[in-house]
Design a protein around this ligand. Structure first.
Ligand SMILES: [Zn+2]
Length: 350
């Protein structure tokens, strides 16, 4: 592994502070892909959610998840290796750029990767273990191959020992219709007043002090909650849900809410959530999900308003899950967007 540049003060990789800004309005601005938002989230929040969703719908959603993430990764890498210098690096230092990308995967908590073989313009073979989310990672690899080889990608994955061997070859062009439906647009945000304590050197929130980066294994662990964390683009996650809705109809909305509610009840800790509004507000903001401006928890329900809220279904399902976790009661959940990004959620005990 080449040397990872970290902040001298807090030890967090520079690429995270160079590429993201934790804003006071509950969003994370992604500076590499201008106008887009970052998402810093539990890795299990993706895998568990997708597996809950597959169980309830009886359908595989991997293709949509992978395609959404392929676009996200391709856009990010295009931003990172753009301009004359980037193009030159991709051409002259082709293999070294691949190494750099596998290092990025380790920094972002996507797992441990080794390049096994690079056949320029033909195929790339990678060994990986601790992969954060298989369908998302297949998308990441396809996006990498698109940018590096300028070719559409086909990804084959097989288990080997405790990990996987993944081979990417030239594939068919992605379904144009699906790709264009997964297109994202920058969203406008409202100002907010969330104050982070920040590292004096790199400006990242001191919440990062609680995270342990295992660069070798490619795993980021929250030392307080024990949960594995990862980072990705927000808009693509939103686009994946929008696409699921378009393809599978309205019932999927309820299925996503339920899948998220079940994930939250199973993964989050009751004592943690009992810390109430100040904790939850920071919890959401640090993940880039928005600015919670009101939170009213009662024995028979929960009302909350989140500005700059995204992804709305995950937020609504999360709040319902938190209510059920804290109250031990079942509930219904209604939500609506008051304006472009202000989400109102009403959870009521049954
Ligand atoms: Zn720092």
């Amino acid at each position: 592994m080449s040397k990872i540049k970290v902040c001298a003060e807090c030890g967090v990789p520079k690429i995270l502070s160079d590429g993201n800004k934790w804003e006071s309005n509950g969003s994370i601005s992604a500076t590499v892909t201008e106008g887009k938002r970052g998402f810093f989230y539990e890795a299990g929040g993706f895998t568990q959610l997708f597996s809950n969703l597959e169980k309830s719908t009886g359908m595989s959603i991997d293709r949509i998840v992978s395609e959404g993430n392929r676009k996200n990764s391709a856009e990010y890498l295009q931003g990172l290796f753009s301009g004359f210098k980037g193009t030159l690096a991709r051409t002259l230092f082709h293999n070294r750029v691949y190494e750099r990308i596998t290092d990025l995967g380790k920094i972002f908590g996507y797992g441990h990767f080794e390049m096994l073989e690079i056949r320029r313009g033909i195929s790339v073979t990678v060994y990986g273990r601790n992969i954060y989310c298989i369908p998302m990672f297949i998308g990441d690899l396809a996006g990498t191959f698109n940018v590096m080889e300028d070719l559409p990608a086909k990804v084959d994955i097989r288990e080997e020992g405790t990990g996987y061997v993944i081979t990417v070859t030239e594939g068919e062009k992605p379904e144009e219709e699906l790709t264009s439906r997964l297109q994202t647009a920058p969203t406008r945000t409202k100002p907010g007043d969330i104050a982070y304590k920040r590292c004096p050197a790199c400006g990242l929130p001191t919440e990062f002090d609680d995270l342990f980066f295992d660069f070798e294994e490619g795993v980021i662990t929250d030392k307080v909650t024990g949960r594995r964390m990862t980072t990705t683009g927000m808009e693509q996650i939103v686009a994946i849900f929008r696409e699921l809705e378009a393809e599978l109809g309205e019932d999927i909305v309820q299925a996503i809410l339920d899948a998220q509610r079940l994930y939250v009840k199973g993964a989050l800790d009751r004592e943690e959530m009992e810390q109430g509004y100040p904790y939850l507000r920071r919890f959401l903001a640090f993940r880039g999900m928005g600015n919670m401006v009101s939170y009213d928890l009662r024995s028979d329900g929960l009302d909350a308003v989140v500005e700059n809220a995204t992804p709305t279904l995950l937020l609504a399902g999360m709040l319902q899950g938190i209510f059920e976790l804290l109250s031990d009661r079942e509930s219904t959940c209604e939500y609506r967007l008051r304006d472009e990004g202000t989400l109102e959620v009403a959870v009521n005990a049954l």
